[in-house]
Design a protein around this ligand. Structure first.
Ligand code: GLY
Length: 569
């Protein structure tokens, strides 16, 4: 156990937090309700709504709108996302897909040049990278079905934050510096994100977004304005002027979709997460199936056998992701097969506990295997809200890469996403997160790009136990997975579970990423001895979690890698 705490302190040092505090991370605690999000003012917006008599869904909607104002580099009304909702009375868990869609004018080879090569940056920067946004429609659908307070009350805190401003953080300033060149190319983005057309807001400065406040006021009056009113007209006019593909028809046609969550048992718990077009739920359940026969907690924290098994399981899952996952309206995704015990048993038998297998030797499930099984049977933002009635929302949304496409629609303050990069631009060509794909995730009109977003809710015997999720592109799945395992396998509290060091393998590139200094030298040496290529990097992800304790109280935590907070009462 000693090694565990030492590693943890070092990680905290590297991140610049107080090691004495970080050695024993403590969650926020509440008896009635809890909100955890990636920004303090957004968390406060959720809590304010709960205190006015709202439920967890009202809080989630208010928090998400507030995040759209305070964390424009990660998520917003110009993007899309997914939410998993647990209804307190019935215990039913449902999944809402408000992911962006490809415009009707999108085409399979739209990012290729005359030589058939992917044009660098075309799917990540500027107008052509924009998918039809789903956030406003999704939050409205969520609220309509499960909300308690009037719609205007849950939008109001975000309007105030845009109107009155908030203090820019160091993290925000860093993200701006990273995408500065792109943002400065677009006059409307320049107007919003700089003080005077030249100088970006520095850490500690007040950032006011008047245009966005006006847009949110319109959404407060009528959310359909985004899809068929003045806001829609502004988006379409800007697209037409600049060669973008999103049309009035695209916006009119946009509808979020309620889907069935992907659930699987793990050590007596029921783990539910997002179904396709996210890969999250399928691969979280698949990896848990692969590791479950091994008693990880008996091995001990960060035992090389446990890490090796986890890495090899991730490798298999991400091989399947690249081949089989995509929008279920366009491709048959073998969800049942990939999440079955029988499939896990077959793939587990391939794992050599003494030696890493090169990814070139690890293939996705072939058609014959899937047929047999059928017969037998990541920048983004996450928030987690729970209330006294057992309602829980785990919601992840995004504009994709930092500051999305870099395009702000003039006069609206809306920063548009670059979600089109989550498609596979060409077979085997990695996207911004290094993920590759194939036919299942090829571009097509109105198709939804494959996601890794993994809002997760876990129950035991029908009782809510915890909810979690994270941003982080390709690492979202493995982060949500490991936070879940930290709670289930290692008995950590919410704060420990999100803070503990993580690793990641995504099949290609064939290397395991470890959070720098979170793993001691002898562990890294042992992984290398087994044939793993180890890359130590800075921490990633920005998870949050809410855990229900045995006495019914709630604990919550936001990731120390980010600047979020958890608050309960
Ligand atoms: N944009 C990251 C994801 O959806 O996975």
């Amino acid at each position: 156990m000693k090694k565990f705490w030492c590693s943890w302190i070092v990680v905290a040092c590297a991140l610049g937090t107080n090691p004495a505090e970080a050695a024993f991370p403590r969650p926020a605690v509440g008896n009635k309700a809890m909100v955890a999000s990636a920004h303090g003012e957004a968390t406060d917006a959720g809590i304010a709504v709960l205190r006015r008599g709202g439920n967890a869904v009202d809080a989630a909607v208010a928090t998400a709108f507030a995040v759209s104002v305070t964390l424009p580099y990660s998520a917003g009304i110009g993007g899309g996302g997914f939410a998993l909702v647990r209804e307190g009375k019935s215990g039913d868990i449902s999944a809402l897909d408000f992911r962006e869609r490809a415009p009707l004018a999108a085409s399979r080879d739209m990012y290729l040049d005359d030589q058939g090569q992917v044009r660098p940056g075309a799917s990540v920067d500027g107008y052509l990278s924009v998918g039809v946004p789903g956030t406003v429609s999704g939050l409205y659908a969520l609220h309509k079905k499960h909300g308690r307070l009037p719609w205007k009350d849950v939008v109001e805190p975000a309007i105030r934050l845009a109107q009155d401003g908030f203090l820019v953080s160091e993290l925000y300033a860093k993200f701006f510096a990273w995408r500065r060149e792109l943002l400065m190319q677009h006059p409307a983005s320049r107007k919003v994100f700089t003080r005077d057309g030249e100088h970006p807001y520095a850490a500690g400065e007040l950032f006011i977004q008047r245009d966005l406040a006006r847009t949110l006021r319109r959404i407060q009056k009528d959310p359909n304005d985004f899809y068929r009113g003045e806001i829609a007209q502004a988006i379409v006019a800007d697209m037409e002027k600049n060669g973008g593909l999103v049309t009035a028809q695209d916006l009119l046609a946009y509808q979020p979709t309620w889907r069935e969550a992907v659930c699987g048992p793990y050590r007596g718990y029921d783990v539910c997460s997002m179904p396709p077009p996210s890969a999250g739920g399928v691969h979280i359940v698949q990896i848990l199936n692969l590791v479950e026969p091994t008693d990880l907690s008996a091995l001990g924290w960060h035992h090389p056998d446990a890490l090796h098994l986890l890495i090899e399981s991730m490798r298999i899952a991400y091989a399947d992701r690249a081949t089989h996952l995509g929008d279920p309206a366009f491709t048959k995704v073998p969800v049942k097969e990939l999440t079955s015990r029988a499939y896990a048993d077959k793939r587990r038998a391939e794992i050599d506990m003494k030696k890493a297998r090169p990814s070139t030797e690890v293939k996705a499930a072939d058609e014959a295997t899937l047929a047999t099984l059928a017969k037998e049977s990541h920048d983004t933002s996450h928030l987690t809200c729970a209330d006294a009635d057992g309602n829980v929302v785990s919601l992840t949304f995004t504009v994709n890469y930092g500051f999305g496409s870099g395009v702000v629609v003039p006069g609206t303050g809306i920063l548009l996403n670059d979600e089109m990069d989550d498609f596979s631009a060409a077979p085997g060509v990695p996207n911004a997160y290094g993920l590759i794909g194939a036919e299942a995730n090829a571009i097509a009109p109105a198709k939804i790009p494959l996601s890794s977003m993994s809002p997760t809710i876990v129950e035991k015997d029908g009782v809510f136990v915890f909810a979690t999720g994270s941003p982080g592109g390709s690492t979202i799945i493995t982060t949500s997975l490991q936070v879940s395992m930290h709670i289930i396998d290692y008995g950590m509290n919410a704060a420990e579970a999100v803070a503990a060091p993580r690793l990641h393998h995504q099949w290609t590139p064939d290397k395991v990423r470890l959070e720098a200094l979170g793993f001691d030298a002898s562990t890294i040496e042992e992984l290398e001895r087994r044939g793993h290529t180890v890359e130590s990097t800075r921490g990633w992800g920005n998870a949050s979690a809410v855990v229900r304790r045995a006495d019914g109280s709630l604990e919550g935590a936001a990731d120390p890698r980010g600047e979020g907070t958890a608050r309960g009462y």
